[in-house]
Design a protein around this ligand. Structure first.
Ligand SMILES: [Zn+2]
Ligand SMILES: [Zn+2]
Length: 151
């Protein structure tokens, strides 16, 4: 996997971050949790190694949220001053740092062609024919790979 060096931060500039390393996944997630957590129609995000993710400036504020369907925790992280949602960490993938693409200084460097939770997507969402679209997560509950749906 190619190593990336990317930087980003929140709207007010109190939080800055950078990471060096591979982008493990890039996706749009249409689940109801991601809608609420981002305030947007869907989350567009990348997943990177948590150990390669460095924060400078203020400390990230976090909030623990339990997903009722499976009881696992997620921690959305955001700037305590301006409220920009930087990303999240997840109990299921403890080594992973999710970064919301919109907080990158150059979000245009990221391509997204994978979609999660199309079963909760808003009705006006469209996909490219070459996209990989999952009804729910790309992994089943038993961690086997889910089958993408036909677009
Ligand atoms: Zn801020
Ligand atoms: Zn989601």
């Amino acid at each position: 996997m190619t190593d990336f060096f990317l930087e980003g931060g929140c709207l007010c500039g109190s939080i800055r971050y950078e990471f060096i390393g591979p982008i493990l996944r890039s996706y749009a997630c249409h689940c109801n949790f991601c809608k609420k957590a981002t305030g947007a129609a869907f989350r567009s995000a990348i997943g990177v190694n948590r150990s390669s993710f460095k924060i400078s400036g203020d400390t990230l504020s976090t909030y623990k949220h339990i997903i009722p369907e499976h009881g696992r925790a997620l921690w959305p992280s955001f700037c305590g001053k301006c409220g920009t949602g930087i990303g999240s960490t997840l109990e299921r993938f403890p080594e992973l740092q999710v970064i919301n693409i919109g907080t990158l200084d150059q979000p245009e460097k990221i391509e997204v062609s994978m979609h999660y939770y199309s079963n909760e997507a808003l009705p006006w969402i469209c996909y490219n024919l070459t996209d990989t679209v999952f009804h729910e997560h790309r992994l089943n509950a038993d961690d086997t790979l889910a089958t993408p749906r036909k677009i």
